[in-house]
Write a new protein. Structure first.
Lengths: 365, 349
């Protein structure tokens, strides 16, 4: 499940569990970028943000490195911190902008909050992610593709707590037009402690969590350690463990169709490993909004061509079908489907994009 | 002194716990939940029962676990979930039996049971049974393998129950330093264990400090508030004690608070009020003992020894309690009940 329930710490406290990060050029205005962070999988009606947590977007200018197969991430960083207080009758929040300005807002208030070049909405929304999670697990357990024509989506009709940030990128950010985006939750305090970080979807769960193929760290629950990392500066002592796990699991997926579409290099590295270790969304704000552009910039890099889309990640893309096809046949074979092709409610192209929360299950009856 | 950093407000944490349960319950009731979701629901409802002191939650958790076992009898995780609910009702031998079966199943068929989780569950049951050395061996091995907050905190509880105050304090500091989350529940539960230890050691000011810390972290933490009331009464602060216990006695389905309130009111001569709460507690204990005799034998014996003033019943339930778990605390309660009954018989003859 994208990044839902992505490790023991997230399971223990869903209020810090980032389920997804999205980043896309604004469909309504190409001068704006939209960043979205969803937290709290399976949020029931009374779910609230923690008043002891910082919900943070980190944005850095990025370029394709001269070697052409990695990203050159700038040191300059733009941070948007969301914090919350109170609980009755509604939560209040504030967003601290990179220039230090504050935007105040009320949670679940459709009008959100505004400042020059910035608009925010924060509240409960329909979870836009969809997949057949049990069959993904069965595929790993049985080492055979287990998906059915019509799958079963555990997230169908579920809600999350969403943070939507729309920014006029040319005035609020510097550099660009390519940016790297990461979402984090941090324990607040004098020295905030990172609890979760998310860039790309399905890294920790589908791609990293299985231990059985990893011959280096077969008994290591790697996700909590991975979550604590700075996405732009991985701790050098742990990179080997992440690389070994990615190489092993990506090779497993590649072998599911009994063909090798991603030959490993002489060191046993999978061609996608280094790209996925750069675990942030990359988008090009100079390109127009596109609905199915996730990973296109990275694929163009691998193929040695110029990218043609904005990259990033839009809310409605069938991400799991895309990833399965990428991992299993590199897009050279038939599309691999998980049998779940839509969420309960599609997101719209109008602010705040994500669909309103679903009524509690069984409520209509 | 351990530096404090912010944690989620206890009221938000409880609302979020409710939010998780409210989102999962319909799935389970409509038969759409996977085994893992149902196991998760058992854990969440049990946690809420522990925090807000609601026996109905423990009963619902047991119901979900039993239904789960009927639907997935060969699932190790389902057996582990039921083991937890059975242990919650002090049916320790049944819980151990479930745990043994879960481990056997796990070794022969997926999904594999996490060894650390299974050992932790076993250690908790052994501790509850008073088999401290076996529990300690498992707990120390867990810390040796992974000095996590959870493993260290479990050792705090064990040392605390054995009255090993230095070791408990040392492990308390260690576990606190390993805690990275923002949820207030784990720390509130830890402070509560320390409070119980200080109470047993008759260090009442320390006990009050620990219970107060637990209650401040989570104002809905019923056991912390209730024990705070008990300690306040022992320290002579009767008004605070009554203020702590009254809302719990009025709202909780656990008769322990009414029992404590009746005792304290009786001690300060507010006899009519005391009789009211005594009557409510007695009625509720009778109901609960009919359904869950093992789980409520100890508190019922304490009640009949104190405000309940029925040494025969106290002795009966203290004996049941020792049969359920032969711990020093249970033996102490039985000794008190025997003495009270002898005194009662003496006064009648």
């Amino acid at each position: 499940m994208s990044d839902h329930i992505s490790g023991p710490r997230a399971i223990a406290d869903p209020v810090i569990d980032i389920t997804d990060i999205y980043a896309f050029p604004c469909p309504e205005n190409p001068q704006d970028l939209v960043l979205i962070m969803n937290v709290f999988p399976y949020a029931g009606p009374s779910a609230l943000f923690s008043d002891a947590t910082i919900y943070r977007f980190r944005v850095r200018p990025v370029a394709i490195a001269p070697a052409g197969r990695t990203f050159a991430v700038a040191d300059e960083e733009f941070v948007f911190d969301f914090t919350f207080s109170g609980l009755q009758p509604e939560q209040e929040g504030r967003c601290k902008l990179p220039n230090g300005d504050l935007i105040e807002f009320r949670v679940n208030d459709e009008s959100g909050g505004r400042a020059k070049g910035v608009q925010v909405f924060v509240g409960q929304r329909s979870d836009p992610f969809f997949l057949d999670g049990p069959m993904a697990e069965r595929t790993i357990a049985t080492r055979k593709l287990a998906f059915k024509d019509v799958g079963s989506d555990r997230l169908y009709g579920k809600n999350v707590l969403g943070i939507v940030l729309r920014i006029e990128w040319a005035t609020v950010l510097k550099g660009g037009p390519m940016f790297a985006v990461v979402g984090e939750t941090l324990a607040a305090g004098k020295r905030p402690v990172r609890l979760e970080r998310v860039g790309r979807p399905e890294i920790k769960n589908i791609t990293l969590s299985a231990k059985i193929f990893d011959t280096v760290n077969r008994d290591l629950e790697i996700r909590d350690i991975y979550n604590e990392e700075d996405a732009f500066n991985l701790f050098k002592h742990y990179v080997g463990a992440y690389r070994a796990r990615l190489n092993a699991n990506l090779a497993f997926f590649d072998g599911l169709d009994d063909k090798v579409d991603w030959p490993l290099d002489q060191h046993g590295n999978h061609p996608l490993t280094e790209l996925l270790l750069a675990d942030f969304l990359v988008l090009d704000a100079s390109k127009p909004f596109c609905e199915t552009s996730y990973f296109e910039i990275e694929q163009a890099m691998l193929e040695g061509r110029a990218h043609s889309t904005c990259g990033g990640r839009w809310l409605n893309q069938d991400l799991v079908d895309f990833l399965l096809t990428l991992y299993i046949n590199a897009g050279k074979g038939p599309p691999i489907r998980d049998g779940v092709d839509a969420p309960r409610a599609w997101s719209s192209k109008v602010f705040p994009y994500m669909a309103p929360p679903n009524a509690p299950e069984g409520a209509a009856a | 002194m351990i530096a404090e950093r912010p944690f989620t407000h206890g009221a938000i944490a409880v609302l979020n716990l409710n939010a998780q349960i409210d989102a999962l319950e319909p799935q389970v009731r409509l038969g759409r939940a996977t085994v893992e979701v149902r196991v998760g629901l058992v854990e969440l409802i049990s946690l809420r029962g522990l925090i807000v002191g609601r026996i109905a939650d423990y009963e619902r958790a047991e119901e979900v676990a039993e239904e789960l076992l009927r639907d997935a009898p060969g699932h190790a995780g389902a057996l582990l979930a039921r083991a937890r609910t059975r242990a919650g009702f002090h049916r320790f031998h049944e819980a151990l039996s479930d745990l043994d079966r879960a481990e056997r199943l796990s070794s022969s068929a997926p999904p594999a049971l996490d060894a650390e989780t299974a050992n932790s569950e076993r250690a908790a049951i052994l501790q509850a049974l008073g088999r401290y050395d076996e529990a300690l061996a498992l707990r120390e091995e867990a810390v040796h393998r992974r000095a996590s907050f959870e493993n260290l905190a479990a050792l705090v509880g064990l040392h605390a129950e054995r009255g090993e105050t230095d070791a408990a304090e040392r492990r308390y500091a260690e576990s606190r330093s390993h805690y990275r989350g923002v949820s207030p529940f784990p720390l509130a539960l830890l402070d509560f264990q320390m409070g119980r230890m200080w109470m047993d050691e008759n260090r009442l000011h320390d006990a009050r400090r620990s219970f107060d810390a637990a209650w401040r972290r989570v104002p809905a933490y019923a056991q912390a508030q209730g024990h705070l009331g008990e300690v306040e009464a022992q320290l002579g602060d009767t008004n605070s004690a009554i203020a702590s216990l009254h809302p719990l006695a009025a709202s909780s389905d656990d008769p322990d608070y009414a029992a404590q309130l009746a005792r304290i009111l009786g001690e300060v001569g507010r006899d009519a009020e005391s009789r009211h709460w005594r009557s409510l507690a007695a009625e509720r204990y009778d109901e609960l003992l009919a359904k869950h005799p093992e789980a409520f034998a100890d508190h019922a014996a304490e009640f009949w020894l104190a405000a309940g003033a029925d040494p025969d019943k106290a002795l009966k339930w203290a004996q049941t309690n020792v049969e359920v778990r032969n711990t020093p605390r249970a033996r102490g309660l039985l000794a008190q009940a025997v003495a009270a009954q002898a005194s009662f018989v003496g006064s009648r003859s």
